[in-house]
Design a protein around this ligand. Structure first.
Ligand SMILES: *Cc1c(COP(=O)(O)O)cnc(C)c1O
Length: 357
């Protein structure tokens, strides 16, 4: 049976990306060797690294003065590397969910953390607006897409201080104005690659300003200076990322990814709003995520939640169980999700409605 992967992460990747990566793991570029066993110092792998950086710059239109890094540790390690490298006295954070809170927790180890606004009291069902960013903060940290709660910032914010964004789950889903950011980072396993590599886009002039000493591996300057080759980088996930980036380019770039995301979201949110058995969890509709679409059973059908999960799963909808802190369902619709997958899920919801409502 055809399965559609709605999992939140690690998550769906284009079939050809997985195929090319699998092939390279058997034999890489007619070298008679696997990508897994060659030195990262070979010209063949250096070309992969160069292409990864070049495609990032091209697809996101990254201006001069920024470096693109590929490091390990996941977005979670960035939660500590960001303040380690950039927090001298205080930093501002927008608290929009669990990931934002985890980032704040690490930052508190390095200095004062100002929570400019929070939607915690409403279980993060909207993104706070109209708050003040202290002009003397070293940076302002946001999470552009809140994977767990299904809220998303759909525009690039203006900030009086360097803007740092965790874009783990919405990178490459729309065009962004990189010049408005001091740093953008994320784990690869939502929209870019398999787990194991973390991307960082950093404005070079922001580095080297804090007075503390930083361990070599946690200092962004190490990775800038060595072109992400200070130590052995995660070669297979980087190769896989290149395949995804080539796929995005061949499909029409991030503008086309945005169009597809809007098309998918319109269809699924449309059904959630129409079908009386279901309801969306995000209270501010303008904050609804195009990547992670969260919904629950309407109150009068609450007891059917487990049953619908079983029903849809049996029809090939994989990974739609909601995060435990929200409950219900979460249909993650990353770049590689075809519209057919969303149509199949909508058909499940309509069939279920016919059976029960
Ligand atoms: C998944 C996720 C993370 C955690 O990423 P790891 O690479 O597992 O550390 C952080 N932030 C957001 C927004 C995420 O979706």
């Amino acid at each position: 049976m055809k399965k559609y992967n709605f999992g939140a992460g690690p998550s769906i990747l284009p079939q050809e990306v997985m195929k090319a990566t699998a092939e390279a793991c058997i034999e890489f570029q007619d070298m008679g060797l696997s990508l897994m066993e060659i030195s990262h110092r070979t010209p063949e792998f250096q070309a992969v690294m160069d292409e990864a950086q070049a495609l990032f710059k091209e697809l996101l239109n990254i201006p001069e003065g920024y470096s693109v890094l590929f490091v390990g540790g996941g977005a979670s390690l960035e939660f500590c590397m960001v303040p380690f490298n950039m927090l001298e006295k205080k930093a501002a954070y927008l608290n929009t969910g669990v990931w934002a809170k985890k980032a704040m927790k690490e930052a508190k180890l390095f200095g004062e953390v100002i929570e400019v606004a929070s939607s915690a009291d409403a279980n993060y069902t909207f993104i706070p607006k109209n708050y003040d960013i202290p002009a003397d903060a070293d940076y302002f940290h946001i999470t552009t897409n809140n994977t767990i709660y299904g809220t998303e910032l759909h525009e690039d914010l203006d900030s009086p201080v360097p803007l740092v964004a965790d874009m783990s789950s919405d990178i490459f889903s729309r065009p962004i104005d990189v010049s408005k950011y001091g740093m953008i980072y994320g784990g690869a396993q939502k929209n870019l690659s398999m787990a194991g590599v973390t991307f960082v886009i950093v404005k070079d002039e922001l580095l080297g300003k804090v007075s503390r000493s930083i361990p070599t591996m946690l200092d962004y300057r190490t990775h800038v200076d060595k072109g992400s080759m200070f130590n052995t980088p995660p070669v297979v996930p980087i190769f896989c990322a290149v395949q995804t980036l080539k796929w995005i380019k061949s499909q029409g770039g991030v503008k086309e990814m945005e169009r597809r995301a809007q098309e998918r979201a319109e269809l699924l949110y449309g059904e959630i709003d129409r079908n009386k058995m279901f309801q969306g969890t995000v209270t501010a509709k303008e904050d609804r995520s195009l990547m992670n679409i969260c919904f629950v059973m309407a109150d009068e059908y609450k007891e059917l939640e487990k049953d619908f999960l079983k029903f849809a799963t049996e029809k090939g909808m994989s990974g739609i169980k909601g995060h435990r802190s929200v409950g219900g369902f979460r249909a993650s619709c990353y770049n590689a999700m075809p519209i057919e997958g969303v149509k199949a899920l909508v058909a499940c919801m309509q069939e279920y409605e016919k059976m029960h409502a």
